[in-house]
Write a protein that binds this ligand. Structure first.
Ligand SMILES: Nc1ncnc2c1ncn2[C@@H]1O[C@H](COP(=O)(O)OP(=O)(O)O)[C@@H](O)[C@H]1O
Ligand SMILES: [Mg+2]
Length: 328
């Protein structure tokens, strides 16, 4: 299938065993080449599943429909061999916890080189040269080559993971809360590093975070996810200046709490519906100050804001939200 996007998710629906509704329910999402797209939402909304679907890394028993195109290949339908090549070349993932994503018994240098060597993309000498170059790029001394993961700090290990992700020269980076496991100072450094490398290599990036400030800082466009659906999407500046979905508005209005590790998202009352609950209407209705009868009866479709087709919200009452500065 042809697609102009680095990542093109079309109508993705995923159902897990023993649940009453799809955990992802009709996701449409794109990342253009060189674009940084943030995927935000509370814990449990489906961000990790969405990003992992780009590498077809799904839980056992997951039933899928729709398309997930990575550089034009549908990763839900390609051969195992093509999928391996995609995972080591075209698309790369940076995980939340670097220590969980690396074998503690192997030397970092072997870890960096093995996937491109195993797939035959590079010989060992070229892989070593490229790894050395990338380590310099991420600001890590080449002496880590001989070290084991346990001998370096979490921040340094995440830099190594970023270098590893870039080994196959990917057109798509998937970063799933890549700084959550790091201390605050290191977090800022790693985010700045990712932003710089993404620009330098022109890589499309899907950046998953529950941190709205971080999303606003790093992304060109944002998708706000709620209970396995896209609640709102649009250019970061428009979306944060004038949210079109009451969920986004509530996230933005809630007071930041320094003591809450989940940041602002902790401050909205109530819980998202769990997967044992089937939904007939809007998943946010139960927590929504604007909800009326129609919200319980019909799921809202994503619709563009008047005159701004790139800014969309799935809300029956979006027009009652305060106008954004762009409208006046
Ligand atoms: N392997 C799995 N088995 C069963 N349920 C899962 C599995 N992975 C995720 N889920 C469920 O899917 C939902 C979405 O999870 P996830 O994508 O991890 O959300 P997020 O990254 O936004 O916190 C959650 O309700 C979670 O409990
Ligand atoms: Mg997650």
């Amino acid at each position: 299938m042809k697609s102009p996007y680095a990542l093109d998710v079309q109508g993705l629906r995923i159902t897990l065993p023993g649940t009453a509704r799809p955990v992802l329910d009709g996701i449409d999402l794109t990342v253009a080449p060189g674009e940084t797209v943030a995927l935000v939402g509370e814990s449990g909304s489906g961000k990790t599943l969405t990003s992992r679907s780009a590498l077809n890394l799904l839980p056992p028993g997951a039933l899928t429909s729709g398309h997930v195109l990575v550089a034009g290949d549908d990763v839900l339908a390609v051969s195992a061999e093509r999928l391996r090549a995609l995972r080591t070349g075209t698309a790369a993932m940076i995980f939340q916890d670097p220590r969980a994503a690396i074998n503690p018994l192997r030397r970092i240098g072997d870890f960096l080189c093995e996937s491109v060597v195993l797939t035959g993309a590079m010989n060992h000498a070229d892989a070593t040269a490229r790894a050395t170059e990338l380590l310099q790029e991420v600001g890590v001394d080449a002496s880590v080559f001989r070290k084991h993961p346990g001998q370096v700090s979490g921040g340094m290990l995440q830099r190594v993971m970023i270098a590893a992700a870039l080994m196959g020269d990917p057109s798509l980076l998937l970063a799933d809360e890549p700084t959550t496991a790091l201390d605050v100072t290191t977090q800022a450094e790693v985010v700045a590093l990712l932003a710089r490398l993404q620009k330098r290599f022109g890589t499309g990036m899907l950046f998953v975070t529950h941190d709205l400030d971080l999303a606003a800082t790093i992304s060109d466009r944002v998708y706000v996810m709620y209970a396995g659906r896209i609640a709102e999407s649009g250019p970061a500046d428009l979306l944060f200046a004038g949210p079109r979905h009451p969920y986004t508005a509530a996230l933005l209005a809630s007071t930041p709490r320094l003591d809450a590790p989940a940041g602002r998202l902790a401050a909205i009352d109530g819980q998202p519906p769990d997967l044992r609950t089937a939904l007939s209407g809007c998943p946010f209705a139960e927590r929504c100050p604007m909800a009326t009868e129609v919200c319980d009866q019909r799921p809202p479709e994503l619709r563009p804001a008047p005159g701004r087709p790139e800014h969309q919200a799935a809300c029956h009452h979006t027009d009652q939200l305060e106008r954004s500065p762009a409208d006046v």
